[in-house]
Ligand binder design. Structure first.
Ligand SMILES: [Zn+2]
Length: 274
């Protein structure tokens, strides 16, 4: 009887130490993961102090499988969801995410757009009483103790403002962490890129997600000059109907000798910073 008590006590101590180690491990590193969601965008960030951010959710609930690979089992919370713009390949997957995860805050641009998934996304946010905020440049966000999200676009509030091309209403931001930077511009095309350049903000970034899935309508030379990335990630699906990434964009990137990473060729693309 005495021995079995010692055995159980030993087991409990091991379990507690094990759980403690599992909990501690992610604290040391920063993860930026370009999820493999097919033809669409979805980027997951886990900060060194274990805050989680999801930018876009791709075109379908497939994002849940990808999140299952990067979100720790013990933590079903997403601290911040950012929606670049309400096109299907960015918002649709987020509907299941807001239903299944405990989401604390959502950031959107607020431009009106008819998409039943977007409507449902907003309905669930309201129903679950999730804090909904409108993005504005200079309203920067601190995530935990180590990570800043520098909002670059929109410069003025876009609530109620109709866009003929909603791609150019894309929320653009720079994620800053201990000397590293990641620039994300959703589906911003050359028109929005030009306005961001004209704003005079610091756009330099180690990692750039190619705007609009590597389309020839984005990644202008002047914009690439300002960003000067070491690595460009292109989020596209295999043999997508748009022919993304376009060869004009790939040619530009190869000429600049930047490293190109692609979801359609590699699956999920992860960056881990110490
Ligand atoms: Zn898109």
């Amino acid at each position: 009887m005495k021995n079995s008590f010692k055995y159980i006590a030993g087991l409990v101590v091991c379990l507690i130490i094990g759980l403690f180690l599992i909990y501690q491990l992610p604290h040391q590193k920063m993860l930026v993961s370009f999820l493999n969601v097919g033809q669409g965008d979805s980027i997951f960030i886990r900060t060194p102090d274990d805050y989680t951010v999801l930018i876009d959710g791709g075109p379908s609930a497939n994002v849940l499988d990808e999140l299952g690979e990067v979100v720790p089992i013990y933590n079903r919370t997403i601290d911040l969801i950012i929606l670049s713009h309400p096109h299907a390949d960015h918002v649709n997957g987020l509907v299941e995410v807001v239903k299944r995860f405990k989401v604390k805050q959502v950031l959107i641009v607020g431009t009106p757009y008819h998409n039943t998934f977007y409507k449902e996304f907003l309905r669930v946010i309201n129903q679950n009483e999730i804090s909904l905020n409108i993005a504005r440049a200079n309203n920067d966000i601190k995530v935990g103790d180590y990570v800043y999200i520098d909002i670059l676009w929109p410069i003025k509030s876009m609530v109620g403002k109709h866009f003929e091309n909603v791609n150019n209403a894309s929320l653009s931001l720079r994620v800053l962490f201990e000397g590293h930077s990641v620039l994300l511009t959703g589906d911003a095309e050359i028109e929005e890129e030009s306005e961001i350049v004209a704003s005079g903000f610091d756009l330099s970034a180690n990692i750039l997600k190619a705007g609009h899935h590597g389309s020839r309508t984005a990644s202008s030379e002047i914009f690439l000059d300002k960003v000067d990335p070491e690595t460009v990630v292109i989020q596209t699906g295999i043999q997508n109907e748009f022919g993304h990434p376009h060869k004009e964009t790939l040619r530009k990137l190869f000429k600049r000798e930047v490293k190109v990473r692609r979801n359609d060729l590699e699956g999920r693309v992860d960056f881990i910073f110490d």
